[in-house]
Design a protein around this ligand. Sequence first.
Ligand code: ADP
Ligand code: MG
Length: 204
Amino acid sequence: MNFDLALKEHLIRALADAMIAHADELSDLDRAIGDGDHGLNMKRGFEAVLGDLDRLAGKPLPELLYALGTHLVMKVGGASGPLYGTLFMALAKDIPAAPSLADATRAFGSALAAVKARGKSDVGQKTMLDVLAPALAVLAEGGNDLSSRLRRSTKDASEATRPMKAVRGRASFLGERSIGHIDPGARSSALLINAALDVLGTAS
Ligand code: ADP
Ligand code: MG
């Protein structure tokens, strides 16, 4: 897939707009099981990304993703900033400038492994990994209707964090009381994947 300037701009805007438009929803989710800042954190990070749109979009895809990750590390803060930063920076290290679906899947796999290592976390602990890992599984499976299957996977997977008990991050302080709420990071991951699909989905 050829990432020309317009596509890169479109992709960056879609990711940022999704986080900015859903900031209140994400903070509300975080208010239930955390400290209520996840939406604000992501909004701050992606506003910095938008502020750097022209420079970012002018870069080849790997450098773009790395620089985007750097903004998130510097601006998002909280637990999610370094984790999302790691996700984008690890993606950057393993992706060519014009990736095939197989390239993108492999890079996403490396990025997921990097987030797990950074967060000392794994699936089933009520975090962003519970959306990212099922999405990787769908990607790896390939086949028809990939875009709609990915969308369904992110929806089902974020809903599936509701009955989980948090064992990582701030929500783990609540123990059993974290049960019954969707994880905010799972929801932001679902929104980011859907925003990327809005732009790239027809080609995948
Ligand atoms: P903080 O918890 O520091 O206030 P945020 O509210 O921005 O940071 O982000 C919280 C989200 O970060 C959680 O909903 C969860 O998805 C994710 N998270 C927290 N710790 C981890 C971890 N160790 N591994 C993976 N994801 C994590
Ligand atoms: Mg928080």
